[in-house]
Structures are given as C-alpha cells and as structure tokens.
Design a protein around this ligand. Structure first.
Ligand code: DX5
Ligand code: ZN
Length: 217
C-alpha cells in the first residue's frame, strides 16, 4: 500500500505560504486545517486562503474541516481547490448528505473521528469514502502528543477488511509514525515534525521510510 505524507500547513509561517509550500514539494498531499472557532476553539484559515495557495502548488490538497457545518461550506472548499474534503462525524451536518454533496462536487470524501469517538460511527459510510481520518490528538491545536490508545480503531478497520486510506493526524513524528503504520495507517499528517525540522524534505523522506518499514497490512 502507498504510504503518503501530508504535511499540515498549520505549523508553517502564514506570512510566507508560497515559500513554505516549496519546502514540502516532496510531500504526497498538503494538509489544510480549517477551524471555525466553534467546532474547535481556534480559527485558522478558510476558503479564500486555500484558493490562493492552490494557485502556487500542484500537490493535491487534503482539506481537514474542523467546522460545525461542513455541508454548508463543502462547495466553497471544492471551488477553492480541495481534492479531498474531510469532515467530522461529530459535526452538526447530516453525514450522509455531506458525503453525497462532496461526491457530487467531484471531490473525494473523507470522514474524521475525534479520539473519544467510536470508530463504528464511520462503518455505515465506508463504501462512499476514500479515506478515514483517525485523530491522534484532540482537534484544535498543533504540537500535541500522539495518543497511542486510538490505534485499536485503525486495526479494527483493517481487520474488517477496509482497503481505503486511513489517515492519522496529530503528534506524528519519525518515531510515532511507526506505531501508526504498524496499526494499519497509510496517510500521515505531520505539522510540527516537518515544519520545525531543519530540513523538511529529509524529514518527509524519513517519515515515508519509517512508515514503509512498519506497515503490516
Ligand atoms: C490538529 C490538526 C492537525 C495539526 C497537527 O487539530 O488537525 O492537523 O496541525 O499538528 P502536529 O503534527 O504538530 O501535531
Ligand atoms: Zn488536521
């Protein structure tokens, strides 16, 4: 299975997004964290900034909506250039309608679960999803510690035969990525680990290598 590294620009320098994106040209996806100050306490960036950076970057955008009403905003992010639109099963929007909306916009749909949410909540939608995001921190902030206790959700998905992408997000670094890959994850968000490193390109290569070595499914 392909191991994909998706650096989160939440940890980048927002004053220099174009040059920050150049530093991660070796990545497979670009993780865009969208926070509305309601679903999570912070406010990050929205569709206009996403559209602006899309113009200077060819790598597919993995947009993580940490917002209360993804159904309402899905179209804005599709127009802004999102390739994968990921929203939370805990949001206020109807899950099925939101997935169908994203698919009707010609985008890939992904569903995210917070650490305390049971993975069973995504089961009814698996055939319509290209990816499941298992949060390895409480959403809302970068730079938190990886929660190993959620790994059982990933293993559960793989053991039931789920062949789609499984993404982990939060506290991923060259060590914790091994734990996540061993459990069955194959898409890895890394904010601080990539942007706070001396050489983001080398870090991306190391992350990918460590994931490949540990992936067991
Ligand atoms: C957390 C965000 C993450 C965050 C990850 O709410 O969804 O994508 O940027 O940051 P690190 O890799 O620093 O934990
Ligand atoms: Zn994220």
């Amino acid at each position: 299975m392909d191991m994909k590294i998706s650096p989160s620009i939440l940890a980048s320098d927002y004053a220099n997004l174009e040059s920050e994106l150049k530093k991660i040209s070796a990545s497979d996806l670009i993780h865009v964290d969208v926070m509305d100050g309601h679903f999570v306490p912070n406010i990050s960036i929205g569709a206009p900034v996403t559209a602006a950076i899309k113009k200077v970057c060819d790598i597919p955008f993995d947009v993580h909506l940490m917002i209360s009403d993804p159904l309402f905003y899905a179209e804005d992010f599709a127009k802004a250039g999102a390739d994968i639109i990921c929203f939370h099963v805990e949001s206020d929007s109807d899950t099925k309608k939101t997935i169908e909306k994203i698919l009707s916009l010609g985008k890939k749909a992904a569903l995210a679960v917070k650490p305390k949410t049971e993975i069973d909540t995504v089961f009814p939608y698996l055939d319509r999803l290209s990816m499941v995001l298992v949060m390895t921190v409480e959403p809302g902030f970068g730079g938190q510690s990886f929660m190993e206790e959620v790994m059982q959700k990933i293993t559960k998905l793989r053991e039931m035969g789920y062949k789609g992408d499984i993404e982990v997000d939060g506290g991923v670094n060259p060590e914790t990525i091994k734990i996540a890959a061993k459990a069955g994850a194959n898409v890895f968000v890394a904010g601080s680990a990539v942007f706070k490193s001396e050489n983001p390109s080398d870090t991306i290569a190391l992350l990918r290598e460590n994931a490949k070595e540990s992936f067991t499914y």
